[in-house]
Every structure is written in structure tokens, then in C-alpha cells.
Write a protein that binds this ligand. Structure first.
Ligand SMILES: CC(C)(COP(=O)(O)OP(=O)(O)OC[C@H]1O[C@@H](n2cnc3c(N)ncnc32)[C@H](O)[C@@H]1OP(=O)(O)O)[C@@H](O)C(=O)NCCC(=O)NCCS
Length: 175
């Protein structure tokens, strides 16, 4: 039983979105699964971008269409994380990025939210007909690796990402 649900962010969540961005910036964290939120001071502008990303006609040409979800607590609807589901893989995603990216608000970590978020996003992937899901993480990111393994991830191989000078671990999950 999950403590959270995934929702499409909307105008009722503008303050939460701004607070999420501030918390991630303050922690100097990587905005994984956040649909480029770091680049948007205006939550309303970011919402428009998120909606543009879902539609092949409005998705920026260098990106693939994706759905960005906010993970909110069932009890108080507070936003605890963000997770995105890419509808297909381009060359970069097929090697390094995978289908799904995620982050949890720094003050909400180690409560099991990432594991629940990934499980819920895998349900969404299945609904879209994506039955084999690629999820990747930096080899130094033990928390993300454990999140993937807890959701049935099977390690395939490492990939060397020259631009970032980092090794990426690749896992497949059958849903
Ligand atoms: C990675 C991240 C999403 C994990 O979120 P979380 O909600 O704290 O994770 P969970 O509480 O669901 O824990 C998942 C697993 O990681 C482990 N874990 C969590 N934080 C950890 C840490 N700092 N070090 C080692 N293991 C950790 C948990 O114990 C759990 O493993 P277990 O079930 O085997 O005990 C979060 O740290 C984050 O947002 N980091 C920045 C963005 C990022 O790295 N995203 C992933 C990109 S691939």
C-alpha cells in the first residue's frame, strides 16, 4: 500500500513547485525527473513547459515526449518528489538516461518515497505499453541503485558517459 499518489502538476501546486525548486537548489541537488525545473524561476512557465513536453506537436524537437508527475502524500497532498516517464528512448536515453528519472525533496528522503514513486511510474509505463523499462543511475548513487533493485531492476552493464566523466549503471525492469 502506497503513502503517495502520482499526479500531473497543476495551477493549485504553484507554491509547492516553487518550494521544491528552492529546496533542491539549496541542497545543490540534481533535478532528476523534474522536467527542467531548475531552469524555470516561474512555476507557471514550468507548468506550460511540462504540458508542452507531453504533446508531440509542442515537445521541443531535441527532446522526447514525456509525462512529469508530482508525487504527493495521500494524507496532506504535500509534494514529496517528482518523477518523469519518457514515452520513448532517443539515442542518449537508450544508452545513459533510460525511461524514468526521479528525485525526492531533500527533507523527505529515506522514508521509502523513491521506491514507491518508481513502482507507481512503472504502472504508468505498463499502461503506455512500455513493458521493458530501462532505468539508469550514476554508479556512485547507492540510494538510486537500491531504489531500482527494490523494484525488480536487473543489472545489465555499465556505460561510460564521457561528458560527465561518470559511469552509469543500466538496469532493466520487466513490467
Ligand atoms: C535517490 C533518491 C531519489 C532516493 O530517495 P529516497 O526517498 O530517499 O529513497 P527511499 O527512501 O525510497 O530509499 C530507497 C533505497 O535507498 C536507500 N537509501 C536512501 N538514501 C540512501 C543514502 N543516502 N545512502 C545509501 N542508501 C540510501 C534506502 O535504504 C533504500 O534501500 P533499501 O530498501 O535497500 O533499504 C534521493 O536521494 C534523491 O532525490 N537524490 C537526488 C536525485 C537523484 O539522485 N535521483 C536519482 C537519479 S538516477
Amino acid at each position: 500500500m502506497s503513502d503517495i499518489i502520482l499526479v500531473r502538476p497543476d495551477e493549485t501546486m504553484l507554491d509547492e513547485i516553487a518550494a521544491y525548486r528552492e529546496a533542491m537548489l539549496a541542497a545543490e541537488d540534481s533535478f532528476d525527473g523534474c522536467g527542467g525545473l531548475e531552469d524555470y524561476e516561474s512555476p507557471a512557465a514550468w507548468l506550460q513547459h511540462v504540458r508542452d513536453m507531453e504533446n508531440p506537436e509542442t515537445c521541443p524537437p531535441h527532446l522526447v515526449t514525456a509525462t512529469i508527475y508530482a508525487a504527493v502524500c495521500k494524507t496532506d497532498y504535500g509534494m514529496v518528489g517528482m518523477i518523469d516517464l519518457r514515452h520513448r528512448l532517443n539515442d542518449f536515453l537508450a544508452e545513459y538516461g533510460g525511461h524514468i528519472g526521479y528525485s525526492v525533496r531533500p527533507d523527505e528522503r529515506r522514508k521509502g518515497y523513491a521506491k514507491q514513486m518508481l513502482a507507481l511510474a512503472l504502472d504508468e509505463a505498463k499502461k503506455r505499453g512500455i513493458n521493458r523499462v530501462l532505468v539508469t543511475c550514476d554508479e556512485k548513487n547507492a540510494a538510486s541503485a537500491r531504489t531500482i533493485l527494490a523494484n525488480g531492476g536487473v543489472f545489465e552493464r555499465n556505460a561510460w558517459l564521457e561528458d560527465e566523466k561518470q559511469t552509469v549503471r543500466r538496469y532493466w525492469i520487466n513490467v
